[in-house]
Write a protein that binds this ligand. Structure first.
Ligand code: FES
Length: 276
């Protein structure tokens, strides 16, 4: 369970400034119900272009609601220039801190504010700097690098907690890991390419597996097996002793011999009995 401060709990249970200003000067919406977090922020300015009223509607968890409530309190009375300086850390600090896993809730408030100010100014929201790394949440490499430095993050999970990147399909995890390595000045050992199995090595492994894993078991029941040939991934064998002509021979080949060879050699092998 998350450890919430008393102030988070208080703002969650008694959120300030809930609602929508109908004749708002600025409106900013972020998130979506489908993602589980959505926030609509509206504000009204006075004649000096200071925020005289601000309201929010949030769909989300306790910390999302508390963060939105805190944001509106922070914004009241501020000029737009001052409002633009409000960061997600200010929101978290106002609440006496947020659990690490919930820091992204404060980021949502900051983004809604940026949108609302852009809406008031009649300008499009500034294009995000950098290249999108996380398609699910539209997070760029520049934002990830910033979060890594500002908050000393060291894992993909940390990044997800703070800015949501990586919290969806997971396709971006590798790129996030690279950015983390870069930020920490770490070099990851290259993943060795799997060695291609040569025919000679395959043949040797098949012989070894037959000798070590298969023949002793068959011999215990009076049977045996002999390798006749190997053709690509086809292993041609001949059953001997009690195994030859046994009604369960095909089951033994499939369920025991083939499985062992696949386990110790390559998973593509198919065992076939050659009748002499
Ligand atoms: S692309 Fe980042 S979680 Fe889906």
């Amino acid at each position: 369970m998350w450890e919430y401060t008393d102030k988070v709990k208080e703002h969650f249970l008694n959120p300030r400034n809930v609602g929508v200003i109908e004749d708002a000067d600025g409106v900013g919406e972020v998130g979506s119900l489908a993602c589980g977090d959505a926030l609509k922020l509206t504000f009204k300015l006075d004649e000096n272009e200071r925020i005289k009223d601000v309201k929010f509607q949030t769909f989300g968890c306790a910390s999302a609601i508390a963060s939105s409530s805190a944001l509106t309190e922070l914004l009241k009375g501020k000029s737009l220039a001052e409002a633009e300086q409000v960061t997600n850390d200010d929101i978290a600090n106002y609440l006496g801190g947020l659990p690490r896993e919930k820091m992204h809730c404060s980021v949502m408030g900051q983004e809604a504010l940026e949108k609302a100010i852009a809406c008031y100014r009649g300008v499009p929201v500034e294009e995000k700097e950098g290249e999108i790394v996380c398609e699910c949440f539209g997070v760029t490499d520049v934002e990830i690098r910033r979060a890594l430095t500002d908050h000393h993050l060291a894992t993909v999970e940390d990044v997800t907690n703070f800015i949501k990147a990586g919290g969806g399909c997971g396709n971006c995890h590798e790129r996030i890991e690279k950015l983390i390595d870069e930020a920490l000045g770490r070099e990851r050992a290259p993943v060795p390419k799997p060695r291609k199995m040569t025919n000679i090595r395959k043949l040797r492994l098949i012989e070894e597996t037959l000798e070590r894993e298969i023949q002793p078991a068959l011999k215990k029941d009076g049977g045996d097996i002999e390798l006749v040939d190997v053709d690509g991934n086809r292993v041609l064998v001949s059953l001997r002793g009690a195994c030859s002509g046994c009604s369960a021979a095909q089951v033994t080949l499939r369920e025991f011999v083939e499985k062992k060879l696949r386990e110790f050699v390559v998973p593509e092998l198919v065992v076939e009995e050659v009748c002499e």
